[in-house]
Write a protein that binds this ligand. Sequence first.
Ligand SMILES: Cc1cc2nc3c(=O)[nH]c(=O)nc-3n(C[C@H](O)[C@H](O)[C@H](O)COP(=O)(O)OP(=O)(O)OC[C@H]3O[C@@H](n4cnc5c(N)ncnc54)[C@H](O)[C@@H]3O)c2cc1C
Length: 435
Amino acid sequence: MTRRTSPTSWGLYPSIQQRNLPLHQVADPLPTLAEPVLAFGNGRSYGDVCLNEDGDVLLTRGLDRFIAFDPATGILRAEAGVLLSEILALVVPQGWFLAVTPGTQFVTLGGAIANDVHGKNHHVAGSFAEHVRAFELLRSDGTRLCCGPEQNETWFRATVGGLGLTGLITWVEIQLQRIANPWIVAENRRFSNLDEFFALNDDYEARYPYTVSWIDCATAGRTLGRGIYMAGTHAPPGALIPAASPRRSLTIPLTPPISLVNTLSVRGFNWLYYHLPRPTRALTPYPAFFYPLDHLLEWNRLYGRRGFFQYQCVIPPASAHEALREILSRIAASGQGSMLAVLKRFGTRTSGGLLSFPRPGVTLALDFPNLGQKTRALLDRLDEVIRQADGAVYPAKDARMHGDSFRHYFPQWSQFTHFIDPHFSSSFWRRVMAE
Ligand SMILES: Cc1cc2nc3c(=O)[nH]c(=O)nc-3n(C[C@H](O)[C@H](O)[C@H](O)COP(=O)(O)OP(=O)(O)OC[C@H]3O[C@@H](n4cnc5c(N)ncnc54)[C@H](O)[C@@H]3O)c2cc1C
């Protein structure tokens, strides 16, 4: 057991102290718990849902074994600390793929369930939980509950999207999707404003299972909301695959004292990225299509020692257009732009979890260097728009939302509290419940 002081979530903020308790076997009982405890997957959440200041965290990466895989049905059972990247390495050569994957493959099965993560195919496949057949939930009193859509269903609904608060997920069984080819047929289209985005989206969503857009949030006026639309589908069996040049990952070697992401670099990067010539249609290896950021290891260090805030919101369809325009205008006016601004429309499939984030509407995700109060004030101003539009902010990406906003975004929170394990807690939960 060691105490550590380094920041452990992806946004490098907040920086806290917590005690690490590594787990090794799913059959082991939970360690004796004097302080509140929380499972920690691979720390790919941006804020404090995976942190437990002054408490203990159960490191789940040691639960890393595959339990069963049937290549005839695509049903896979594995321990909760297995990474999605490890699953892909096993199943892609056998003609299977994850039914839903987030924008990084370095997340654990347990983490994917606890945040009920979504991917580029939400409009056709819903969120991660829809493809979970079963998992085991270990409670601090030693009870082991096998949960699924039809078994201990209320525990299942509380635990998917349940932010790790209902207990420890020890193993998970998921349904994979069949693919004929690991390559992706990808299309790129530039759009010059939000109206064009919505028009393109109607067209592409009807034809492609994977859709997402990058937007330039440093511009205003006529070009407000310009960006690049990206769509893709798994290539057919006979597709002629280009010779792949081996792609080596790069690593940001150290954390600079101040953020390298600032008004100037954002403007320059966004202009270049928007104007960069790119093929309209190309065969692309699946990691480059799904996980472009994974290529640059430790890219979060670019934001310097103070870290950064990610802000991801969803806005219901009726108010999406107007609220997006208002959000982008407020960001442009603040001068605190973002390089990684991602826009996607969620489909109408509702998520299973009491606290699941995905819901019908448009979701926008943005990164902001942590400039202290200035950034918090901007994000509070964005919250005003989201609350008015009856939207929500994603806890997996959050380190600063106010408790009253959380309760507004997730009205089932009080029902959820009945399922919280009395020995489990998190920095996020204490923060949003404190007010
Ligand atoms: C580059 C990047 C891109 C991303 N793209 C997306 C995206 O497209 N869509 C999306 O939805 N998210 C996305 N995310 C967020 C990420 O998918 C989620 O935060 C995910 O939950 C992280 O999983 P993790 O294993 O790292 O878990 P952690 O971040 O360590 O923990 C997340 C939560 O899971 C709980 N938990 C972990 N393991 C267990 C367990 N065994 N039992 C019980 N609870 C557990 C923790 O307590 C915590 O509440 C992205 C993150 C990054 C860095």
